[in-house]
Ligand binder design. Sequence first.
Ligand code: AMP
Length: 282
Amino acid sequence: MKVVKKIKEMQKLADKYRTQKKIIGFVPTMGYLHEGHLSLVRIAKKKSDICVVSIFVNPLQFGPQEDYHIYPRDFPRDKKLLKVLGVDIIFYPEVKEMYPEEQLTFVQVRKLSEGLCGRSRPGHFEGVATVVAKLFNIVKPHIAVFGQKDYQQAVIIKKMVKDLNFDVKIIIAPTVREKDGLACSSRNIYLSEKERKEAVVLYQSLLLAKEMITKGERNPEEIIKEMKKLITTKSSGKIDYIEIVDADTLQPIKEIRGKVCIALAVFFDKARLIDNILVQSG
Ligand code: AMP
């Protein structure tokens, strides 16, 4: 397994593999890897000849009051985990390698970026789309795997790829959860023992929503009301948003119909946790 820190070296390797007709599979991450990330790597490996994982905490996607500086990092541990999985290359650039001078070019995916997390994190998805576009031009993958855990992000990247004609196939992989249902996240490390226990209520509220839909509830407001009740009575979490949106357009809906995404963001002190499920209603 090679650790590549320079863009030019990564591009040269990608060109070499492409000349050899090797399929490049890619998983972009911010490191501090958990089972969720590892599941994406396993999928990428299965579908490619050369598996590249990037580890880069991208300053562009963090707001000024957000956790960029304290975001957990542990490269030696990540490296060991990826070696065990048989990853071929870790692309691990420094910030000044990715942004050597002021970046004046940004990728904005309108509409899809405006609601949900985009509303509470202005500029976030512009930062994400921009760094992913850069990474695609550096790693030159045929396939890239993203997690459903960040569903809005995955939908935005798919649209960016379509609109800008990137020659990359995007795969969205299922959310990996801890035994009690909490979605794996690098940010779970911020939780105190008490908050960690309480945080299971997020997934429980999503399951409650799914059950209500299965039983015939079609009014999103009724469902959101019950979810809020559950979260606020069973935890100290502060709800940022709970929304039910069309799974393709990410626009809020007045009536549950077709495939919907139930998404939430909840603060447990400084930890902002997100989760979602997709539900196919009748
Ligand atoms: P991050 O390091 O948080 O930027 O995440 C890197 C990739 O891992 C993104 O595509 C995420 O959607 C994905 N990911 C994060 N958590 C999970 C999870 N629990 N299950 C599946 N994929 C995940």
